[in-house]
Design a protein around this ligand. Structure first.
Ligand code: GLP
Length: 244
């Protein structure tokens, strides 16, 4: 779906998510959302906060799982995804803290594998993800599944691509400060979501959007694996869709 601009796109996706939250509430079951960070979903989160404050949308029935976190990363650090999510969303809505899940960037290395397995089990225990929000990196990553991430990959520690670290350099006041690794849900984890909404804005994403949508499925562009999901929406502004 190509919208005239990212503002209209973000508002439309927020309404779609609000409808899903209300539908789950009516059905008396939890609404499980997979959430992304980065600059792309910020307007979407702002709109969800607006709907909470002005349209009676409650998140008491929502369970969230974030895609990824830098490793190592302290939760109160400026660049942490824990901090990001609280700043843009969680601090402004009525979601119970126990229903929020974000990969823990402070876990000792020897315990990371067990932590990742537990993360997967927690997703399964609540019935799987109803709707997964995704952005896309210039390397074709979803979450932090860099080139080389296969279809069957699960939540794990991954080494970040050079391009990803360059793109994150300004957030960290220099590339040398960007962590070399991250914990991310796998491609296989993401594809198990019942519904996926990938967002991309701006001309900087146009080339990778074209590869994702029109290119062959390959682990050198992990986002191409979305082509085989039965219920995925790619939501773009004009600039991001310009090369399609
Ligand atoms: C980071 C995140 C991804 C995100 C990507 C794009 O690497 N881990 O989940 O999709 O960046 O970021 P942005 O939305 O800022 O372009």
């Amino acid at each position: 779906v190509i919208y005239p601009d990212s503002e209209q796109a973000a508002i439309a996706v927020a309404r779609q998510i609000a409808d899903l939250i209300r539908q789950c509430e009516t059905e008396g079951r939890p609404c499980v959302l997979g959430l992304a960070t980065g600059s792309t979903p910020t307007r979407l989160y702002e709109e969800l906060v607006y709907l909470h404050q002005h349209d009676g949308l409650s998140f008491r029935n929502v369970v969230t799982f974030n895609l990824d976190e830098y490793y190592p990363m302290a939760p109160d650090s400026l660049q942490s995804y824990v901090r990001f999510m609280h700043e843009y969303l969680f601090d402004h809505i009525d979601i119970p803290t126990a229903q929020i899940h974000i990969p823990d960037g402070t876990i000792p290395q020897a315990e990371v594998n067990a932590f990742c397995q537990r993360y997967e089990e927690q997703i399964r225990a609540v019935g799987g993800i109803d709707l997964q929000v995704l952005g896309i990196g210039r390397t074709g990553h979803i979450g932090f599944n860099e080139p080389g991430s296969g279809l069957g990959s699960r939540t794990r520690l991954i080494t970040l691509d050079h391009i990803t670290r360059t793109d994150a350099a300004s957030d960290f006041y220099g590339e040398e400060n960007v962590p070399r690794r991250a914990i991310t849900m796998g491609v296989g984890t993401i594809l198990e979501a019942r519904q996926i909404v990938l967002l991309a804005w701006g001309e900087g994403k146009a080339a990778v959007v074209k590869r994702m949508v029109e290119g062959d499925m390959t682990d050198s562009v992990p986002a191409t694996y979305l082509q085989q999901h039965a219920h995925v929406q790619v939501v773009l502004d004009q600039a991001a869709g310009a090369e399609l």
